[in-house]
Design a binder for this molecule. Structure first.
Ligand SMILES: Nc1ncnc2c1ncn2[C@@H]1O[C@H](COP(=O)(O)OP(=O)(O)OP(=O)(O)O)[C@@H](O)[C@H]1O
Length: 509
C-alpha cells in the first residue's frame, strides 16, 4: 500500500552497536548491520551465532542492552512488533502465524481490514489480494482456506499480509527450510521482484547455494560478533563457510556406501489414512532415504512406523517381531529410535533442562538404576552428548527453550543416537542446522550405519538424501512409486519421480 519511501542515502535499516546479553550468553556483541533499499541481504552464522536475537531486537520482540536502530534514516525504539510494523518492517517467521480456518483474503487483511459502512468489505479484501498477488507474482486463490494450502502457498499468504500492511523491509527467517526446490526458486523470484521495486529483504538462512544465487550482500556473525561483510558476487561458498566456522569446511561430501546385512525393518502392504500399500525393507548397515515433495505421505509413514498413527492395513516387523499394533513406547523398548520432524512440539520438552531432555527415554538403559535416573549419571551423559554433538548451551542445566533452533536439533539427534537402537527413523535431520553441524550430523549418521544399525531417512534436501542414502525411495501421493540405487539417484531422476513421473530406471530393491 505504502510506496517505498525515498530518502537521500538509500539506507533502509541501520543497526549500530547492538548488544544483547542473556544470562550466561552474550548473544549480540556490538553488532552493526546496514541494509540498503532494493537489497537482498543475507544474515548467516552458525547455530547460536546470534542471528535470531538480532532480528528479534530489530523487530521489537527483544530489547537490546545497548545500540541504536534507524529505519529510513530515523532513529526508532520499538516496544513491540506492532511498532516495528508501523515503521515499515515485516517478518515471516519459521512457523507461520496464520488462521487455518480462514480464507486467504481474510488472513491477508486480518486486523487491517478494508471497511465499508463499518463492516469488513469482503469484496474489497478479495480485490486487494488479487492486486497484490498480481503486482508481486504471488499467485494464490483469495477464497482458498489457508489450512488446505501447501506450505509454499501459505508462505505467500504471509508475504501478502506484510505487503498489505505496507512493509518496506521484509525479514525472512529460514524461509526455504520447508519448501521444495521449485517453491524455493519461486520465492526467490518474488524476493528479487520486491527488491527491484525498492523494498529490502533480510534473509536469515543456512543455505549457501541460495545465498550465492539470491542475495546481494552477506553479513556473517560468529559468537555474537560480525566477522565478515561480503559482496555476494565477489565471494564463494568456501569463503562464507570459513567465515562462519573459523575453519575450512568440506561442502557436499558424498559418503562411501554401507554394507547391508540382515533385514531390521520389514514393511509390507502398509496403509494408513494418508499412506497406501507401502512395501519397504531396511537392513542393518544401510541407510534408506525417502525423497518426496512435502505432503506426499512421508511424515505419515514415519509416524505410523513410530507407533503414532493408526495402521489400517499391512504389517510392520522389527527384527522379525511383529510390531504392527505396538504402542510407541513398546516399539522403543524393542529397539526403535525416532527423530521427528517437529523438534518443538513432539521432540523435546522446552521447560525441562538440556540435561533432562538428553536423558529422556533412558529409563531402561544403562543410564538408569532400578528405573530411576541418578542426577550424576544424567549430568555425565549430558556432558558427553553436548561435547560429541557440539550443542551450544551455557550449561546443561538451562531449559531447552533457551537453545537456538539448530542446537535444539543437535540435542534431539544426539539423544536418539545415544540409544544405540537397531533402527533409527529420522526426519529432516539437519533442518535449521548450520553447515559445520550438518557435516557433524551426517558423519554421526554414517558412523551409526557403519556400526551395523538400520536407518530410514526422510529429507526434503536432495543433496542430503544423495549424500547419505544407500538406496532411495520416492513417495508420491502416499505411495512408494520408485526405488533407486545410490548411483541411479541423480537430481534429475529424483526430481522427475518426485513430480509423479518416475524415470525408466530398473527398480532395484
Ligand atoms: N531467551 C533466551 N535465554 C537465554 N539464552 C538465549 C535466549 N535466546 C537465545 N539465547 C542464546 O543466545 C545465543 C544466540 O541465539 P540465537 O537464537 O540468536 O542464535 P541463531 O544464530 O539464531 O541460531 P540458529 O541458527 O540455531 O537459529 C545462543 O547461545 C542462545 O542459546
Amino acid at each position: 500500500m505504502t510506496p517505498p519511501q525515498a530518502d537521500t542515502d538509500g539506507v533502509a535499516v541501520e543497526l549500530r552497536g547492538i548488544t544483547k546479553r542473556f544470562p550466561g550468553t552474550l548473544a549480540n556483541d556490538s553488532v552493526d548491520l546496514t541494509v540498503r533499499r532494493g537489497e537482498i541481504h543475507a544474515l548467516m552464522g552458525e547455530n547460536g551465532a546470534g542471528k535470531s536475537t538480532l532480528m528479534s531486537v530489530l523487530y521489537g520482540m527483544e530489547r537490546a542492552d545497548a545500540g541504536s536502530i534507524r529505519i529510513d534514516g530515523r532513529e526508532v525504539s520499538f516496544a513491540s512488533p506492532s511498532d516495528a510494523m508501523a515503521a515499515g518492517l515485516g517478518m515471516v517467521h519459521q512457523s507461520f502465524k496464520l488462521f487455518d480456518s480462514l480464507t486467504v483474503a481474510e488472513n491477508v487483511v486480518y486486523a487491517a481490514e478494508p471497511r465499508r459502512f463499518g463492516l469488513v468489505d469482503r469484496a474489497a479484501a478479495r480485490r486487494r489480494v488479487r492486486e497484490l498477488a498480481e503486482e508481486h507474482g504471488l499467485a494464490v486463490d483469495p477464497d482458498a482456506r489457508v489450512g488446505e494450502l501447501p506450505v509454499g502457498l501459505r508462505q505467500r499468504v504471509e508475504i501478502l499480509k506484510l505487503l498489505h500492511r505496507g512493509a518496506r523491509t521484509l525479514i525472512l527467517d529460514e524461509p526455504t527450510a520447508v519448501l521444495t526446490p521449485a517453491e524455493a526458486d519461486a520465492l526467490f523470484a518474488v524476493l528479487k521482484s520486491l527488491a527491484s521495486q525498492g523494498r529490502s529483504v533480510v534473509l536469515v538462512t543456512h543455505k549457501l547455494r541460495e545465498v550465492l544465487a539470491g542475495s546481494d550482500n552477506v553479513t556473517v556473525l560468529r559468537d555474537g560478533r560480525v566477522v565478515a561483510r561480503l559482496v555476494t558476487a565477489q565471494t564463494s561458498a568456501e569463503e562464507i563457510a570459513a567465515a562462519m566456522t573459523g575453519r575450512a569446511v568440506e561442502l557436499d561430501r558424498i559418503h562411501a556406501p554401507g554394507t547391508p546385512g540382515d533385514v531390521v525393518l520389514d514393511v509390507s502392504g502398509l496403509s494408513t489414512d494418508a499412506v497406501h500399500d507401502v512395501e519397504l525393507a531396511v537392513r542393518a548397515g544401510e541407510i534408506v532415504g525417502i525423497a518426496g515433495v512435502a505432503g506426499n505421505g512421508q511424515s505419515e509413514l514415519v509416524e505410523a512406523l513410530a507407533g503414532l498413527r493408526p495402521v489400517t492395513a499391512g504389517r510392520v516387523s522389527l527384527k522379525s517381531q511383529d510390531i504392527t499394533h505396538a504402542s510407541a513406547t513398546e516399539r522403543r523398548a524393542k529397539g526403535l529410535a525416532y527423530v521427528p520432524e517437529d523438534r518443538h512440539a513432539v521432540g523435546t520438552a522446552p521447560a525441562a533442562s538440556v540435561a533432562d531432555n538428553l536423558a529422556m527415554g533412558h529409563h531402561r538403559t544403562s543410564l538408569s538404576s532400578r528405573g530411576l535416573l541418578p542426577p550424576a549419571a544424567v549430568r555425565a551423559h549430558a556432558r558427553r552428548l553436548v561435547e560429541r554433538f557440539g550443542i551450544k548451551a551455557s550449561t546443561p542445566e538451562v531449559p531447552a527453550s533457551a537453545l537456538s533452533g539448530g542446537n535444539l536439533q543437535k540435542l534431539l539427534i544426539g539423544r536418539e543416537l545415544a540409544h544405540d537402537a537397531p533402527l533409527l527413523l529420522v526426519e529432516q535431520p539437519t533442518r535449521g542446522v548450520d553447515i559445520g553441524a550438518i557435516q557433524n550430523i551426517h558423519d554421526q549418521l554414517i558412523a551409526y550405519r557403519d556400526a551395523g544399525h538400520a536407518v530410514l531417512l526422510v529429507s526434503a534436501e536432495l543433496s542430503e538424501i544423495r549424500g547419505l542414502a544407500d538406496r532411495v525411495l520416492v513417495m508420491y501421493e502416499g505411495r512408494v512409486t520408485a526405488s533407486y540405487t545410490k548411483d541411479e539417484a541423480d537430481e534429475r531422476i529424483l526430481g522427475l519421480a518426485m513430480a509423479g513421473a518416475p524415470a525408466p530406471v530398473e527398480a532395484v530393491d
